[in-house]
Design a protein around this ligand. Structure first.
Ligand code: M6R
Length: 592
């Protein structure tokens, strides 16, 4: 939900900001802009559309500015237009602001400013910040920001510069992410780590209610009362290579191929810290998993593992529903919030709510230092590296890895089950080696408008995940269903125009899946199946068969999901769609 970048230092700022915005573009991409200060004048350039549109508009301009802020937007207030693009300025164009999040009381503030005669240029909530800072400015940007944040309500982060102090960027964090990158004679602000990876690995993660005041030589952090705060500097394990495409056409494809490594690194990470986990699932009366989107699907698979390996009843709830549903929660419950980004606001709020009710909260995140990491009672990590494609892939299988390892830790057969998990990376490699077969299958389905995805037991959530991948990147309607439910409704949809993707490894529900297959064929439906190598029945009866290697039942979801990710990828890519930045979506959803 919007990416913010800021720089002050020894180098020319424009290419630094553009590079940072390109690495943040996954957060939002309906408009982009920069503000620079050169010769004590503010230069603002902003454009509707992707960052390439901004770059085109800047073509041939050689600015020498060494301070600036930039923004890539996912619209909340105001349509994506040049006027609504950030940065926003005050009336005299002396202050420029880039913002992520929502100022909930902006209408009230805007009313007051309008009464005072302020003229607004945009429909955004952000513009009030620029006007308020300008009005509060009495010679010290930090003071003006401190006076301004007291009036703002909502979850937000912003960065501001002013022509009056052309050596200073001030950043505020309150609910949306903001980090400081520490360089040599230069310092950075950004919404996320990949933005600044080419320049530094030394990072300060700001907490809510904190303000960073940066110059080329200094970084000072204050609370909203203006009191200085001492912060730890973290060294990020991520590197630039992991945040670049590395020869792949899209980040999504690269990330699908990175799954063996992501799972392997996550297994190692988990096993090396297993002894520090301060709880047992069995100590609780119930486990509640809260998450959104793909992370929710990982939670659904986790439920089967936790219940089967530990016997602890487990519920999986959409984070956006959790706190509104009167679910009884107490200190007898363990609540696990799963979030790749660690910043999804629904998940964050749901965890905060569970904590208030006395539950022990655990965050399962990919981003160290993210809000959910810091706010949970305990954090577990996936070690997938940065995921840039909006469609989650490698973080999903890394999440599965942690959930599986956590569950089997309390089973009587832990060592054998971990050995099974350790086979996953090589089984994934084998599956990825057959990507050409999946590509050929996908060629036949480019023109279909609707798909049904069916799976049962451990592979029911995989059917949901396969359908989500297809709809979010190809804009083809796809519905995931538990296969046993087909006869209770979706079967009415089956005809020659509606292909069904059947996830059917030879597990405890295989025979039932074959019955579904027959029922579909009897209604002239087309079946694309995912099944084990050597499954002659499935292969013969399906119109198309996507083969995976032989795999033991408990670990099937790790492998069955791979052809489904590839299938969605090839369809979207062949349709010429923007696979990494599908329309209307953002990688991290920081609004409710
Ligand atoms: O960062 P999170 O895991 O909390 O994100 C949750 C969802 O927004 C995310 O999984 C979303 O559904 C993806 N676009 C799925 O590919």
């Amino acid at each position: 939900m919007c990416g913010i970048a800021g720089y002050v230092g020894k180098d020319i700022v424009l290419p630094i900001l553009i590079g940072a915005l390109e690495r943040l573009e996954y957060r939002g991409y309906d408009s982009a802009g920069v503000a620079l200060i050169e010769d004590k004048k503010l230069i603002v350039e902003k454009r509707k559309g992707k960052i390439r549109e901004l770059v085109k508009s800047l073509w041939g301009r050689n600015y020498g500015a060494k301070i600036g802020i930039g923004h890539t937007r996912w619209a909340t207030h105001g349509k994506p237009t040049n006027e609504n693009a950030h940065p926003h300025t005050d009336e005299k164009r002396e202050f420029a602001v880039v913002h992520n999040g929502i100022i909930e009381n902006y209408l009230e503030l805007k009313e007051e400013l309008l009464k005072e005669g302020v003229k607004f240029r945009s429909d955004t909530d952000t513009e009030v910040i620029a006007h308020l800072i300008a009005r509060n400015y009495k010679g010290d940007l930090l003071e003006a920001v401190l006076d301004t944040v007291k009036k703002l309500k909502g979850a937000f982060a912003f960065a501001v510069i002013t022509v009056h102090e052309p050596n200073r960027v001030v950043g505020v964090k309150n609910g949306s992410p903001l980090i400081v990158g520490i360089g040599e004679g230069e310092n950075f602000l950004a919404s996320d780590i990949p933005a600044i990876l080419p320049y530094t690995k030394r990072i300060i993660v700001l907490d809510d209610g904190e303000i960073a005041d940066i110059t080329p030589q200094s970084v000072n952090v204050y609370n909203f009362n203006g009191e200085p705060i001492s912060k730890d500097v973290m060294i990020t394990p991520w590197d630039l290579v992991s945040a670049e495409k590395g020869g792949f056409k899209h980040f999504m494809l690269k990330e699908i191929y990175e799954q063996p490594k992501a799972v392997n690194d996550t297994i190692k990470g988990f096993l090396s810290t297993e002894d520090t986990i301060p709880f047992k699932l069995k100590d609780f009366r119930r486990v509640v998993i809260i998450a959104c989107g793909t992370s929710y699907h990982a939670g659904l698979v986790g439920k089967y593992w936790i219940e089967s390996f530990t016997g602890v009843p487990t519920e999986v709830v959409y984070a956006s529903e959790f706190k509104y549903a009167d679910i009884p929660i107490s200190d007898k419950d363990l609540v696990i919030g799963i979030s790749q980004s660690g910043e999804t606001i629904d998940t964050k709020f749901a965890l905060q709510f569970a904590k208030e009710k006395g539950a022990f909260t655990v965050g399962l995140v990919n981003v160290v230092g993210s809000a959910i990491d810091r706010e949970s009672d305990f954090a577990l990590y996936t070690h997938a590296g940065p995921e840039i494609g909006v469609a989650a892939t490698k973080t999903f299988t890394a999440q599965l890895t942690v959930l599986y390892a956590l569950a089997v830790r309390e089973s009587g057969d832990r060592d054998n089950l971990i050995r099974l998990l350790e086979k996953v990376p090589s089984l994934m490699e084998i599956t990825l080696n057959s990507s050409e077969e999946v590509e050929k299958v996908s060629d036949k389905y480019l023109k279909r408008k609707n798909f049904l995805y069916l799976g049962r037991y451990l592979n029911y959530p995989i059917a949901l995940e396969g359908a989500l991948k297809l709809k979010e990147i190809s804009y083809i309607h796809a519905e995931g269903y538990p296969a046993g439910e087909m006869k209770h409704g979706p079967i009415a949809l089956i005809d020659e125009n509606m292909p069904t993707v059947l996830v059917a490894p030879q597990d405890r529900v295989y025979e039932k899946m074959l019955s579904n297959l027959e029922e579909i064929l009897a209604r002239k439906g087309t079946v694309v199946s995912v099944g084990l190598k050597g499954d002659k029945v499935l292969k013969e009866k399906s119109a198309d068969f996507m083969e995976i290697p032989k795999v033991d039942e408990p670990i099937t979801p790790f492998i069955t999901v791979v052809p489904l990710q590839l299938f969605a990828y090839f369809i979207a890519s062949k349709l010429g769609l923007d696979v990494d930045q599908p329309r209307n979506l953002a990688k991290t959803v920081t609004v409710e």
